[in-house]
Design a binder for this molecule. Sequence first.
Ligand SMILES: [Fe+2]
Length: 433
Amino acid sequence: MPELSWLPFGVGLVLCIAAVWVFFLIYNVIVCSLPRMWIKGWIKRAGMGFCLVLPLVLVIFHGEPWLRPVLTLERFHWIHGALVGVLGVAAVGQALITFRLCRCPRVAAIRSNHTWRAPFQAALRDFDVLRDRKFIRQPRAGTVPEADAEPVPHYRHQILPVKSHTGKLRLTLSPPLKWINQAYDLRVHHFVLALPQLPPAFDGLKVLHLTDGHYGEVLSPKFHRHVLEQGMALEPDLIALTGDFVAGDHLYRQAIDALKELKAPLGVWAVRGNHDFYSEPQIVKYWLEQAGIQVLTNRHVDLERDGQVFRLVGIEHPYVRLRDWTPAVGEPVAPGSPFRLVLAHTPDVVYRLSRLGADLVMCGHTHGGQFRLPLIGPVVYPSLYGRRFDRGFRQIGPTLLYASNGYGLHTFPLRLNCPPEVTLFELRRGSQT
Ligand SMILES: [Fe+2]
């Protein structure tokens, strides 16, 4: 009877775990953070292919002389050194994240936080609208959608037939996934922030922040209306949209039409996100402007009340590359003056903004991880800084950052331990305790 040894099996398993970890690290930190990713799909397919092929290679060739020393630990091999290095980095990184998740740092600027649930019941029939040819038809280039409107620019992409009742949709709307999926379990956050730099004329300003809608085949189209109703019920003075309006199915007009209900006395302002730039950013901008939503492409506007200035800055870097940041953010007149609220899609720009003295930065992009495991944290974290800015508040020098979970989804219609959100910030002038 041959001697049964679990050692090669155990070493092979550890090798596969390390390969999956490296794939996720490369994909999240590098691939998802690059501004234009024509090569993204190839890297994803190659990485996934390697992770699938590796176990097969280990099983098929485990007795070969070139692989045997690696699996049996007969002698030290460079792969053992690489494995220890990868697992060491993974363990230290995870320990720091777990410590932070357990500690939950206190943010001095938060005066109060009130959160409530506003769940939505999605049904398969909600998606029927995506089968309606009239609804999903692209307008012809050069046509004028409304009187006095600019002609529609040329679309490079045609809408492919939208897969409205896919297997994954049926799966996620059926028990038991339906019960554990938080994709429609909307949370409304109302934060009251104490900001000493806020001009007295803007004391009490209510800013509604919405991000990462990803309009398309993944979420119920009716859910977008539900989100807007919840947001507008908060009676905001100003509305900030931080990008990723569309998904991969080119429903630009439909995505922006879904936002037409948004109205606020100080306007609706937007920056675009990486998914808007992966598709057709000029078309997204066109429809945003048609809907009365003003796009802040690396520029600022000064809102005035009683002679006091509240500066609203929009940063689309790195998707629209910005070399000299000073004109976009504006020169400060005095330290902390004017107050600067920055809208950005990715939190990766926060250190640069902090050096330029931004007071408050609102962003999305990370979706809070979309899937968050207990003590492990987010699985998806598209940031150059890994999971540092996955969600919530962070204080970086003079700058308070808020990274939202967003209300949309991408890739798979599933959220775990990471519900979608609508966020209202009530800005109060006052000292932080
Ligand atoms: Fe997104």
